[in-house]
Design a protein around this ligand. Sequence first.
Ligand SMILES: Cc1ncc(COP(=O)(O)O)c(C=O)c1O
Length: 391
Amino acid sequence: MANSLGTMVRGLEDQFSAGTYYKRDIVLVRGRGAHLWDTDGRKFIDCVGGHGSANLGYQNPYVDQAIQEQTSKLLVCNELFYHEERARLLANLARLTPESIHRFFLCNSGSEAVEGALKFARLATGRRQIVATMRSFHGKSFGALSATWNKEYRQPFEPLVPEFSHVPFNNLQKACKAITDKTAAFLVEPVQGEGGVRPGSLEFLKAVQERCHETGALLIIDEVQTGFGRTGRMFALQHFDLLPDILCLAKSMGGGIPIGAIGISQVVASQLFKLAHSSTFGGNPLGCAAANATIRYLEEFHLSERAHELGRLFIRQLRSIRSTRIREVRGLGLMVGLELKEKSGPFIQQLMQKGVLVLAAGPTLIRYLPPLVIEQEDLEKVVTLTAEVLQ
Ligand SMILES: Cc1ncc(COP(=O)(O)O)c(C=O)c1O
């Protein structure tokens, strides 16, 4: 029965999906905490974490209850009307984000957050140029893709949005030279995710912030992957005391329900006009209720602190693996990458066979994004199994 379900699901997806994704040969049915189960009853330790959208893991009681309660009341309430959960969420975001951020545009995904951020930056500055970084990932819609670095994603869709340039990440001289009084915004991830789990240096991030102030360019921080506790702080920018003009949020914001936000400064907000931007499902009651429950759980259970502690231990244990295949282990909180001297694909496959789901990020990296609720014993098992496959 379970096997025939698996066969049916694989068959239909393979036949009818647009086919733009690499697939693992697993049909998932259930999750709890940091564990996932497939149609064959196999149990996995999850270090994929929904590409960073499952910081709270699976079957989170706060999120589940909030969703059920909201579903029984009202699902559709566009921004034409006011809604209690949206109001609470806006206040929560204002409380949690840095003092430079005053208002929020609610949307549904990371790309949408970046897309809106780019529009807002143009409008607020009257300038067009955007400087982003090499190895960046900001999404695949046209504006976001124009800021994304990877040529394979970009070239087939050219011409993209004009006046985007890329500077080497963590190279403050080149970045400061590229940011001029013609720059609308500098867009950066505080820790590059898809680009290989690369934390920004304090020196670099502080220098670009300063350079933005000097030139009147805006600083856009993309926390789509790093936000909501992942790196050991609610937002990664807190490690660097950054005060962005625009902040992009999504992924784990809704505890698994799609929702995103663009945080903006008072100055940026003052330049927006009615219907400068809109989104039918932006700020919908279900997403907002889920996001409020997510924030409540993150705070009550101190998940940022947990990510900080567990991440330190995890990185230390991965570094203690004796294998000549390893080049480097790096990361921040529970956003961790193990760089090999060879292709990581076969090892990712072997880990899956041993019951651990991990991600790639570039050809030679094993990336770990476990739910922040993962138990220490599970992380220790992940280290043991990683060591085993690297033998
Ligand atoms: C830093 C960053 N920005 C933007 C995005 C795009 O988000 P989405 O896939 O929700 O559109 C991603 C997705 O991986 C991301 O990691």
